[in-house]
Ligand binder design. Structure first.
Ligand code: FAD
Length: 429
């Protein structure tokens, strides 16, 4: 499945799937009141959840779909690094749910606070109780506070993570604006797995662009908790070409892992050095959003194991987990991936609710990165289930060529822009 399926394509695929599977009722169907459609509750209205809710209604309008989302406005992370660099307005990242409601998805703007898997019941913070036949959890990530000693919610007000877009994005932007020329910026990048593998390096590139053009005496150090990162060669070549002398990357084995921070004194420590940056962007380790833990679908890693045909939890039946929160084998935690998983999950739900077995899916992900205005690089892959895991289809993906001409980088930047418009249009437009 791709991130740009039109409504007509989706309906066509669904019709073909339903015809192929006619008579193949091998799964138990929910016991329904006469004329009532099955009930699906989706928690989380981001890239995964909002896609899934809408897609379900497109595939089968009889399904009663309720989307539970904590905020009335969604603020997207992709392209938020450009907001930090002052190249984009945060408003361009923000979307409402009116069009989703127009498609007859019931929207409930509240926090889901409890799940009873046996009773098939979701409780919202305001007291509303929602029964379901199938539940989809798409809560994104929560930050692991204190996994970097000293990095608390209060510390994040001085040392922003900006890993959930919104106020934190603007805070980091304001700090860069206020910083004197010649100041030091630190980005602390976590170990895998985390939301958006190329994200910290795209951010470094965008901030370096700001420093180069506005505060050229300044420097940026990436303190990394790993020894290798996504699209590394492409990034490092681009940094050499575009930002010589500005970005320094310190790998794990060179002592890059941050061992402690102190927000009061603006200190960032590793086992080998103590830095006193003007701006500290600490991206801490993450885990599935808390509701996943409360529902009993997160394992010891903090993430949610699922089967790869319909993203059903392997820990709790009738609960599906999609997007950043799930363990999707080789698929990265990305908005494109979340959208693809949501479509596969919606198609599987339609079949499961009709007592049929889900089809075997193929999923695509592409991560676009903007290294500078008109300079884009990408990594793409196709995935399929093998022995209960999503694995990469060999030879079906790849990264941008290392030696591509300027025109190719310009084109990829345009593709990135087009991707964001297409995906957000499909989900919220
Ligand atoms: C700086 C940055 C850049 C990125 N760039 C890209 C990119 O270029 N391309 C790309 O593909 N991906 C990118 N990503 C990754 C992308 O943002 C995530 O992978 C994507 O948002 C995951 O979708 P999701 O639906 O799982 O989570 P989210 O989009 O975060 O949605 C989760 C939603 O659930 C809601 N929620 C959580 N818990 C509850 C609850 N208990 N009750 C009600 N609502 C709840 C939240 O309010 C939120 O709206 C980037 C991320 C970052 C941080």
């Amino acid at each position: 499945m791709t991130g740009s399926l039109s409504r007509r394509d989706v309906l066509k695929t669904a019709a073909a799937g339903a015809a192929a599977a006619a008579g193949a009722a091998t799964f138990p169907m929910p016991a329904l009141a006469q004329n009532a459609g099955p009930r699906v509750v989706v928690v989380g209205g981001g890239f995964a959840g909002a896609t899934c809710a809408r897609m379900l209604k497109w595939l089968d309008p009889r399904i009663a779909v309720t989307l539970v989302e904590a905020n009335q406005t969604f603020t997207a992370c992709p392209f938020s690094n450009e907001v930090i660099a002052g190249l984009r307005d945060l408003k361009e990242q923000q979307f409402g749910y009116n069009k989703i409601a127009d498609d007859k998805v019931v929207t409930a703007f509240d926090q889901a606070s409890a799940v009873d898997p046996q009773g098939r019941l979701v409780t919202l913070a305001g007291g509303t109780r929602l029964n379901y036949d199938r539940l989809v959890l798409a809560p994104g990530v929560d930050l692991r506070w204190d996994s970097v000693p000293g990095y608390t919610e209060a510390a994040a007000e001085r040392m922003p993570h900006a890993w959930k877009a919104g106020e934190q994005t603007l805070l980091l932007r304001r700090q860069l604006e206020a910083m004197p020329d010649g100041g030091l910026v630190i980005i602390a990048a976590p170990a895998n797995p985390y939301r958006c593998p190329p994200g910290p390096y795209e951010r470094a590139s965008q901030i370096a662009y700001y420093l180069k053009t506005q505060k050229p005496k300044s420097k940026l150090i990436i303190l990394d908790a790993k020894d290798a990162f996504s699209k590394q060669r492409l990034f490092q070549n681009a940094w050499k070409e575009l930002y010589p002398g500005i970005i320094e990357w310190v790998s794990l084995s060179s002592g890059g892992k941050v061992s402690a921070v102190d927000a009061a004194s603006m200190t960032v420590e590793t086992d080998f050095a103590k830095h006193m940056p003007a701006v500290a962007n600490i991206i801490p380790p993450q885990k599935a959003g808390r509701i996943a833990e409360l529902a009993g679908v997160a394992d010891r890693t903090g993430w949610c194991p699922v089967e790869p045909f319909g993203f059903e939890s392997t820990l709790q039946p009738n609960i599906h987990v999609i997007g950043d929160a799930c363990i999707a084998g080789a698929m990265p935690k990305a908005g494109f991936a979340a959208n693809a998983q949501a479509k596969v999950c919606a198609a599987a739900l339609v079949r499961l609710l009709a007592g049929q077995r889900p089809d075997e899916p193929r999923l695509i992900n592409t991560c676009y990165t903007i290294v500078a205005p008109e300079y884009g690089i990408t990594v793409a892959a196709v995935y399929r289930p093998v022995n209960g895991q999503l694995v990469e289809v060999q030879g079906a993906g790849g990264t941008s060529p290392v030696d591509a001409p300027k025109s190719a980088r310009e084109q990829e930047a345009k593709f990135a822009d087009g991707w964001f418009k297409t995906i957000t249009g499909e989900i919220f437009g």
